[in-house]
Structures are given as structure tokens and as C-alpha cells.
Design a protein around this ligand. Structure first.
Ligand code: ZN
Ligand code: ZN
Length: 220
């Protein structure tokens, strides 16, 4: 005997019912998940990066941020987000399909996304000319000059993906690469498998904060 949904009277076709109810009525009668009604996403107007650090298009980033906030006891089997712009903010129509007792139940929500613009630390450093580190690539013997140059270029290519290089100086004793982020400078040195010495000195005060500049010296 076929099941009939007690709420809408529809007959079950392929055992898609959740308990006594059809998936649609089941979805209407249960919360299934929680999601904030209003969310905020901040992004850098200069580079387009959101402050979560991802450099993906803003609308994609909003969708990812919304889906990350879905809280549910059920497994998500499918999801989609439709965004439309309304004045200064976005309205997102979220459609999530959950697995409830092995049956697919879809549920919708509407989220208002406020978009804030704020220059990221990287871009504000760049525009202020402030940088955190210098990598000194140093030659020991005559024949090392070429290797130093090659390594410096590799480091620059790596660093340009994650930070900025305000200046490169070529000297008799090697190459100086100025780097926006000290952490990224150190990462690049590790990635290139270089041994180095580190020294730090105070570079000044910015917004009431003492700032230091790190010099990494890699000898060949
Ligand atoms: Zn029903
Ligand atoms: Zn930026």
C-alpha cells in the first residue's frame, strides 16, 4: 500500500518519504539547519582580496562564507547560493539539500550580506611604502654571482605571489630584495632551502606601534 503524506495528501512514489511525510512537508515542518539572517563580508577595494585571505571573486567568496555558516545535524548533499545585488548589499537565496534518514530534503533560507570595504594590511603597507624585511643574497666567491642572481630571481617570483617587492638592489657583494612581509620572506627562504642569518632592528613607529625590520642574510 502506498503512503500518503498526512499534510499535503501526496502519494509516495519511490520511497522518498521521511517517516510519514513527503520531503517537502517534512522540510517545512522541521528547522533542519541554522544560518545567520545577516552576514558581513569585508574586502579590500585595492586588490579584491577578502579579509579571510582568499583571492577569489567577491561573489564566490560570499557564497563560500555563507555555506560555511550553515549549522545542521544532517549531512549536506547539495547546496546552491543565488546572489542578487540590492543597493549596497547582497541578498542571497540559499538552497541546501540535507540527507535525513537517507532521504534528500531541501530547505531554503534568505541571507542579507553586507559588504564592507577595507584596505588589507598588505595593500596599506604597499601604499605607505612600508616593508618588513630585506633579504640579502651574498656572494662568497667570484663564480657564485650567477647563482646568487638566479636564486634572487626565484625568490622574487615566489614572493610576488604572496606579498610585494618595493625594491631590488644589485650590489657588488650580491642582491638585496626588499619584501613587504617578513613572514613571507622567511617562507620563501625555506622553500628555496637556503640557510640564512636573521637580524632585527627597530624601523620606526606606525600608528603608535613599534615596527621592526628584519634582515635575512643568505650566503653562497
Ligand atoms: Zn506532503
Ligand atoms: Zn588588498
Amino acid at each position: 500500500m502506498k503512503k500518503m503524506c498526512p499534510s499535503c495528501g501526496r502519494a509516495e512514489e519511490k520511497s522518498e518519504f521521511v517517516g510519514a511525510f513527503c520531503p517537502r512537508c517534512y522540510g517545512e515542518r522541521h528547522e533542519l539547519f541554522s544560518l545567520p539572517r545577516v552576514m558581513e563580508v569585508t574586502f579590500c577595494p585595492t586588490c579584491g582580496k577578502t579579509l579571510s585571505g582568499f583571492r577569489i571573486p567577491l561573489e564566490k567568496q560570499i557564497s563560500v562564507a555563507i555555506l560555511a555558516k550553515v549549522k545542521s545535524a544532517h549531512k549536506i548533499v547539495d547546496s546552491s547560493v543565488k546572489l542578487s545585488r540590492e543597493g549596497k548589499h547582497y541578498v542571497a537565496l540559499v538552497d541546501v539539500v540535507f540527507s535525513v534518514d537517507g532521504k534528500g530534503v531541501s530547505k531554503q533560507a534568505r541571507v542579507i550580506v553586507r559588504v564592507n570595504k577595507k584596505q588589507c594590511e598588505e595593500c596599506s603597507r604597499k601604499s605607505s611604502g612600508y616593508f618588513e624585511a630585506i633579504i640579502q643574497f651574498r656572494v662568497s666567491g667570484e663564480r657564485d654571482a650567477e647563482r646568487v642572481e638566479r636564486t634572487a630571481l626565484k625568490a622574487i617570483a615566489l614572493l610576488q605571489k604572496t606579498t610585494f617587492i618595493p625594491r631590488v638592489e644589485r650590489l657588488a657583494e650580491g642582491v638585496d630584495v626588499f619584501v613587504g612581509s617578513a613572514a613571507e620572506a622567511q617562507k620563501a627562504l625555506h622553500e628555496l632551502n637556503l640557510s640564512y642569518t636573521t637580524s632585527k632592528k627597530l624601523a620606526g613607529v606606525k600608528d603608535g606601534r613599534k615596527i621592526s625590520r628584519t634582515t635575512f642574510c643568505a650566503r653562497f
